[in-house]
Write a protein that binds this ligand. Sequence first.
Ligand code: ATP
Ligand code: MG
Length: 141
Amino acid sequence: MAEQGNLTFGIIKPDAVRAGNTGRIIQHITDAGFRTRAMKLIHMTLEEAEGFYAVHRERPFFPELTRFMSSAPCVVMALEKDNAVKAWRDLMGATDPAKADDGTLRKEFGASMGENAVHGSDSEENAAIEISYFFSRLELV
Ligand code: ATP
Ligand code: MG
């Protein structure tokens, strides 16, 4: 059996899907050595986006964020690699694309703080919660 790393959860956000960057972003993910354990295109309702971002409910940008995330389809993914949470956040780059390092996804594909192309879990605990929000056990291959 292939060696297993651990899992993180990622989203290719509506701005990146709408701009036609889904394929390019998946290529970067593959090139960086992640194994895709689950992936699907979904269009969240506002309520589903609010549930996903419940930890940010009190933040001023919560209404803008949830409206944006439910505005169009996005791609949700369970990604496997050694130290997957950190490896995926490193590939994503800083939240603000203007501050993201060269070679990161947010630098290449992000437009603003809000429309920053990708999401990634911030801990293994949240990765498990976020994967189970979108995928059943049977959908993890
Ligand atoms: P993500 O959780 O999407 O991977 P992150 O962990 O880098 O991003 P968080 O602080 O968790 O950043 O914020 C979640 C998301 O909320 C950000 O990705 C961004 O799209 C949005 N966001 C954060 N801060 C702002 C802000 N000041 N104005 C608008 N949107 C923001
Ligand atoms: Mg976050």
